[in-house]
Design a binder for this molecule. Structure first.
Ligand code: SDX
Length: 433
């Protein structure tokens, strides 16, 4: 029996159905709100607004739960690998051996970029941010795959996913090489996904880069942890762009742009810049916390807080332990890890953070690991984008296969000037700056 919510104003009573999710989360279906009541809702930042029903990822922010297609992130982190997780997110169930072999072959076949795409890199300044190049080059890929950019059936989706997942890694590595003035290094079929990324980034023609097994596993695990996160800003952007009928590559390119922001996927770079500032003596951990609590400072404790998690981000927990493991195998030390641990300890005892339920999120420790591996700061959001790509593809597919999907077009409450008339230029007052 459908539960209903009753809305009342001074004159009428309105009834709206309640939608109940798998884990009993409840949403009021207001699809007919305006036509029945004349009202629209107002929810800046969409903190209380569900944009869709989705079967891909479940998060319980109060309990710190994250599941991809029902499987807890902790189990996937322990038993799976990034390509298996990518396939799981896109198709909804774990692949058989045969399916995995087919997808792996597609990834290998699509690892190279069209040689003419290489010339696009020459058009960027050497110090261009790699996220700008990534977004541009992923969009440019649709020019080379016009049919698969709008995949119409499972086989085409599988091939389009292989093209994007394999080539985003090559584009990322080539962007890094371009910034260093080093020759592009091509992928090798014998390498795993993460291994090839590190190989293409760090190998040189005269000196191949030996990937440490623990580093390979760490990068693969980091990609798993970033693979999807339901309706976050960049995934919602992908779904919004997809809703206009735009192709998969253009939708992903928009998602990369949204992810770049320091409040979202760019936070991993901002965390390290914050820790470096503390380490260079510009301020100590206590001062950083004090400024983060002061609204006028314009400073936030980067890598802390989350719209959904009001508990420890399970990914941050795994990354915190992973950072210590990577340091150990590389016999590496970094004062920034000590500063991060000190900041976490202070913040988690400080009423400002406790009352607001601000905990470390996925970005707080990931940069520390990238730094240990030798990845430059501006590449951290790129690694996030590589990890999140399967989630974006899964959501693009889900949005496109939903026959009830409509173009995303939110309403607003207008608060500008009432009706006014055109004024000839000689009669116009100066405009206040
Ligand atoms: C990601 O959505 C996802 O799932 C994202 C993500 C994913 O996998 O896709 O998990 C990845 O983007 C993680 C978040 C990375 N960003 C950061 O680490 C940047 C720092 N964090 C914040 O800017 C903030 O916490 C957000 C952006 C993450 C969340 O912002 P909200 O939900 O809009 O929270 P808010 O700004 O309304 O904050 C609520 C209160 C405010 O104080 P009051 O007005 O109540 O007094 O908490 C304060 C904020 O000032 N606050 C912080 C803070 N985060 C929130 N104060 C200091 N430092 C912070 N980091």
């Amino acid at each position: 029996m459908t539960e209903n919510i009753i809305l009342k104003d001074d004159h009428n009573e309105f009834k709206f159905p309640v939608v109940v999710g798998t884990e009993n989360e409840k949403g009021i279906d207001i699809s007919n709100l305006r036509s029945e009541t004349g009202y629209v809702t107002l929810d800046p930042g969409y903190g209380n607004t569900g944009s869709c029903e989705s079967r891909i990822t479940y998060i319980n922010g109060e309990k710190g739960i994250l599941r991809y297609r029902g499987i807890p992130i902790e189990e996937l982190a322990q038993h799976s690998d990034f390509i298996e997780v990518a396939d799981l997110l896109i198709w909804g169930s774990l692949a058989t051996k045969k399916m995995r072999e087919r997808f792996t072959a597609l990834l290998t076949d699509n690892a190279l970029l069209h040689e003419s795409l290489k010339h696009h890199f020459e058009g960027f300044p050497f110090d261009a941010h790699p996220m700008a190049m990534l977004s541009a080059m992923v969009n440019a890929l649709s020019c080379y795959h016009p049919v698969l950019a709008l995949p119409q059936n499972p086989r085409e989706i599988e091939e389009a996913a292989a093209i994007l997942i394999s080539k985003i890694r090559t584009i990322a590595a080539f962007s890094y090489k371009m910034s260093r003035g080093e020759p592009f290094i091509y992928p090798k079929a014998k390498f795993s996904y993460a291994e090839n990324l590190l190989h293409m980034m760090f190998s040189l023609p005269h000196e191949p880069y030996e990937v440490h097994p623990e580093v390979k596993r760490a990068v693969d695990l980091i990609l798993i942890l970033h693979a999807d996160h339901e309706q976050n800003c960049s995934t919602s952007t992908v779904r919004m762009v997809a809703s206009s009928g735009a192709n998969l590559f253009a939708s992903v390119s928009a998602g990369i742009a949204a992810l770049w922001g320091p409040l979202h996927g760019g936070a991993n770079q901002a965390v390290i810049e914050m820790l470096e500032k503390i380490h260079s003596g510009n301020m100590d951990a206590k001062q950083c916390i004090k400024m983060a609590k002061d609204k006028d400072s314009g400073i936030r404790l980067m890598g802390f807080g989350h719209r959904v998690y009001k508990n420890y981000d399970p990914r941050a927990q795994i990354l915190k332990e992973l950072s210590k493991k990577v340091f150990n195998v590389l016999n590496y030390e970094d004062p920034l890890l000590d500063i991060a641990l000190e900041l976490e300890e202070i913040a988690l005892k400080d009423s400002y953070f406790v009352e607001r339920k601000l905990y470390p999120n996925v970005d707080f420790y990931s940069g520390i690991i990238f730094r240990a591996i030798g990845v430059p700061k501006n590449m951290y959001p790129v690694f996030f984008a590589i990890g999140r790509l399967p989630g974006w593809i899964a959501h693009w597919r889900e949005a496109n296969e939903n026959k009830k999907s409509r173009i995303a077009r939110p309403r607003q409450i207008y608060t500008g000037p009432a009706k006014s008339n055109y004024v000839p230029i000689e009669q116009r007052p100066d405009r206040k700056p």
